[in-house]
Write a protein that binds this ligand. Sequence first.
Ligand code: FE
Length: 220
Amino acid sequence: MSDHDHDHSHDHQHGHPHRHPPAPDIELSDRAKRSLAIQELLVEKGIIGQDEIRRRVEEQRGSPMNGAKVVARAWVDPEFKERLLTDARAAVAEMGFEFPDDTGLVVLENTEDRHHLIVCTLCSCYPGALLGPPPDWYKSLPYRSRAVNEPRSVMSEFGLEIGEEREVRVVDSTAELRYMILPKRPAGTEGMSEEELAELVPRDSMIGVAEPMPPDTIRA
Ligand code: FE
């Protein structure tokens, strides 16, 4: 949010700009006041819980680049990959990516034999700290209802054909348990650095509706 960034005019009178924490009586913009009032009303009416608000804020802080960095690290570091697949929360915390205390995280590895697809059939649960806010299609009723029953046709509409020799496993997220996919490392990426590899990992490949990009995408 940029509202906060704009309001530094008072700092320059102190001679120690940006060092002190915001004063408790900091003047809120009209937009911030309105949003706070709406938030209080929603909580008061029991429409939304404080926990849910906190989760949404976490989601806004995340970005798919975080997830891509985690994937690239797992591709180059087998011990990290092991930790990621056994205790994902702790592994991503090593890289500074935090989840709320009550939110579990499981990372599932795509292999030659198995492909995973992530959905939240109830609403839109999603590993926001690693992938940012969920895309609109992820929240849509058609995706949520079809992903479980006809995953191959859904993926095919995204341009992803999974061969019959690979099992497709659909995992249903909840508020307490989020999933992310560790996609297969593309062929021909042997000499690439972790930073270069991260550029090959689009958001959709960590949800399961795409594969990572081939290496010539960034060498071109
Ligand atoms: Fe959900």
